[in-house]
Design a protein around this ligand. Structure first.
Ligand code: ATP
Length: 329
């Protein structure tokens, strides 16, 4: 197992309040496998991603849990030890990563510096490897002589992806990697990225609220809601046979998907405030099946091989489908 997250809890402190952004998240990832982490805005996806390689803002911290990666618990490594893991073993691509390119240095110089910080390599070797990476992500090698402002947003994000791939890291965390870009550019870059990563047998955690991307690119899917994972399993099963009402609602919010051709289903209401004490099932206020039992936290159940659901009533989704179909307006 490449990554084994066990009961991770990451909280933020703000204005004397504790925001339980990630509140007991567990999942596993095998080598070479892609996991799509999906859910509505504010459910804790980015916090989960940032927890893994410990780049949380200063008001945030891991309060419990384990992040087992290649035999070590990242939650317990020192900053010095982590610096050896970051980029080399776990690279991260974020929506705003391209803004981190330094405007006063040429792209090539920045690539060389990044290489030389992590591995013992000559300037020429670093430039040659950069040129090779550029060809993989569809950039002319002459772009190495450009300054960031001479590149479009799409090109800059390709640079960032090339940098993330530079040392063939076993894990890449891509947090909405293309959201800031034009939709057509987004699609092309993302597909190319996943294709390349899989060629070098890296795993990707793809954080997104666009589940159609996950359906296409990830073997496994985890659905997050209010700081917890509600359902996880193979993407094929999640999209064809969702067991959690929230998963189904999420899938059906994307009517372009194969699995969601029937009718539009909406999930009424909004997610709970994570600064409040939450008891029982976090989805209960929005769930048409909620009963008194849902005042109790649901146990995680394995409904099929490696298909886990946190619901007292897994399988009622068919009923949900009928109940929640909205009349056309
Ligand atoms: P999005 O899709 O909008 O990025 P997300 O699912 O990635 O959302 P997070 O960004 O992890 O969710 O946020 C989870 C919760 O933590 C939210 O309630 C958010 O307001 C809160 N949060 C995130 N960052 C901070 C911070 N630096 N300080 C305080 N609260 C934060």
């Amino acid at each position: 197992m490449l990554l084994n997250l066990k009961n991770l809890k990451t909280y933020y402190r703000m204005d004397n309040k504790i925001i339980k952004a990630v509140d007991g998240v567990s999942f596993q990832l095998k080598s070479g496998e892609n996991l799509g982490l999906v859910g509505e805005s504010g459910c804790g996806k980015t916090t989960t991603a940032k927890s893994i390689n410990r780049i949380l803002p200063t008001n945030g911290g891991i309060v419990a849990g384990e992040i087992n990666f290649q035999g070590r618990d990242l939650a317990r490594l020192t900053e010095q030890e982590l610096n050896k893991v970051r980029w080399r073993d776990i690279a991260m691509v974020t929506q705003s990563a391209m803004n981190a390119l330094n405007p006063v240095y040429k792209i090539g110089e920045q690539m060389v510096e990044a290489f030389q910080t992590h591995i013992n390599i000559s300037k020429q070797e670093a430039l040659d490897r950069s040129a090779h990476l550029f060809s993989l992500v569809g950039l002319e090698k002459s772009r190495l002589n450009d300054y960031p402002h001479q590149l479009s947003g799409g090109m800059k994000q390709r640079v960032v992806i090339a940098m993330a791939m530079a040392l063939d890291p076993p894990l890449i965390i891509a947090d909405e990697p293309t959201t800031a870009l034009d939709v057509v550019v987004q699609d092309g870059i993302l597909k190319q990225f996943v294709y390349l990563q899989n060629k070098i047998n890296s795993s990707i955690i793809l954080v997104t609220h666009d589940i159609s991307v996950v359906a296409e690119l990830c073997q496994r899917t985890a659905v997050m809601y209010a700081g917890r994972i509600m359902e996880q399993g193979s993407t094929r099963e999640i999209f064809k046979e969702a067991y959690h009402p929230y998963t189904l609602g999420l899938i059906n919010a994307f009517p372009t998907l194969e699995a969601a051709k029937e009718e539009l289903i909406s999930i009424p209401g909004s997610p709970p405030n994570l600064a409040r004490e939450l008891n029982g099932c976090r989805f209960k206020e929005r769930c048409p099946f909620a009963t008194e039992l849902c005042e109790k936290d649901p146990e995680i159940q394995e409904v099929a091989d490696q298909h886990l659901v946190a619901c007292h009533y897994p399988g009622r989704v068919q009923e949900f489908r009928e109940k929640a179909v909205l009349p056309a307006t």
